[in-house]
Design a protein around this ligand. Structure first.
Ligand code: GLY
Length: 376
């Protein structure tokens, strides 16, 4: 766990001809031009960013790319979940085509999960597919959404329902960009870090219990180490199951609950995604304990670490008429994880030992949801 603050780490996602590197470390945006040229040669690049991230990092990325011999232009979309829409996708694609996009052009997604998902999907269909690079600037994007090739926009019927599997050619995670995140956003991204420990590495979870405060306080060395471990785990899972026909679904720990909470509070307007995942992971461990799969101490440990990191562990105040277990179950039923009409859950035998199941009765879930609703 000794990482000097100036060291960069590289993790390889091993997918044959579509393999790529994830480069992690402070100040990596300044090296983007070289990192890209080493892998793809000199290219025409289009930086796609949003109104929040662009003012902080677009000029630095543009300068680094030009210094590496690339041509650049920048397109800016409105910040926020609403940009993961058909309307924004259409506008972006038309801007790209109008600006002379070529098959050899490279799209560079500079931002959090929204920008990565939108840009990746645009890259997968523009001119029948152009290459793209992820430069994630949020913790959530650095540990999860920028890696593994899931791209998506939202449908009026649910989140991420329209998209493609389309891998980036390179991921550059500059930990300096975490410094401009709001504390609440950093914490929400940290929930996804905790997810990796819970889903498959009890030692890492133990390390997070000791080092979570340093990560949230902005300590570079611990941030690099945590992001590296998450990306290692994600790369290993994606290497084996790129299209989520099996083990990749473990990465959805807490997400069946989370998406239902987000659907009810309004995507991008109420709970942050990572906050919903924190609540969802507590629910998944509580459900596992009730079903006699894991012991109550493990479930309590999950809750206690998330609480110590100031993440929510129970339902927030409802924005309208109040929480209703039946309505939450209906939201869950619209999730793309539903198989043959049955909900899919990631449950736990213990911390670091999870599995995928659709053998959970709606009644048990409804009881848990009702109790969580009553406690809110
Ligand atoms: N965020 C979950 C996955 O990439 O599979």
């Amino acid at each position: 766990m000794n990482v000097s603050a100036d060291s960069a780490r590289t993790i390889r996602v091993d997918l044959g001809a579509r393999s790529y590197d994830i480069v992690i470390g402070p100040g990596r945006i300044a090296h983007a031009g070289t990192l890209l040229a080493e892998r793809l040669g000199e290219r025409r690049c289009v930086i796609i960013t949003d109104t929040n991230v662009g003012p902080h990092y677009a000029d630095a990325l543009d300068a680094a790319l030009r210094a590496g011999g690339h041509e650049t232009r920048t397109l800016i979309v409105p910040a926020g979940e609403a940009s993961k829409s058909f309307a924004q996708l259409e506008e972006l694609l038309e801007q790209l085509v109008a600006g002379g996009l070529e098959r050899g052009s490279v799209l560079i997604a500079l931002g959090g999960g929204v920008i990565g998902d939108l840009t990746g999907f645009a890259a997968s269909i523009a001119l029948r597919g152009v290459e793209f690079v992820q430069v994630p600037t949020s913790l959530l994007a650095q540990v999860d959404s920028s890696v593994g090739g899931k791209t998506a926009i939202n449908s009026q019927h649910g989140k991420n329902l329209i998209g493609s599997f389309y891998q980036p050619r390179l991921v550059i995670a500059d930990t300096n960009s975490l410094a401009t995140l709001l504390a609440q956003e950093l914490r929400a991204g940290y929930a996804e870090v905790v997810k990796y420990g819970l889903l498959g590495d009890a030692d890492f979870f133990g390390w997070l219990e000791a080092n979570g405060p340093a990560i949230l306080a902005g300590d570079t060395a611990t941030q690099v180490r945590a992001i590296e471990r998450c990306c290692e785990m994600k790369a290993e899972i994606v290497n084996q199951d790129e299209r989520e026909t099996g083990q990749r679904a473990l990465l959805n720990l807490g997400h069946t609950f989370a998406h239902a909470l987000e659907a009810e509070t309004g995507y991008g307007t109420g709970l942050l995604h990572g906050e919903a995942v924190a609540i969802g992971m507590v629910a998944a461990f509580d459900l596992s304990a009730r079903m006699g799969l894991c012991n109550a101490e493990d479930a309590a440990r999950v809750r206690s670490h998330l609480t110590a990191c100031k993440l929510p562990t129970g339902f927030p105040p409802h924005p309208g008429a109040g929480w209703d277990a039946e309505i939450l179950l209906t939201h869950m039923g619209r999730d793309k994880k539903v198989q043959d009409g049955r909900l899919t859950f990631i449950l736990a035998n213990g911390i670091g030992d999870t599995f995928i199941t659709n053998e959970v009765s709606d009644d048990v879930v409804a009881r848990l949801l009702t109790e969580m609703a009553d406690a809110s």
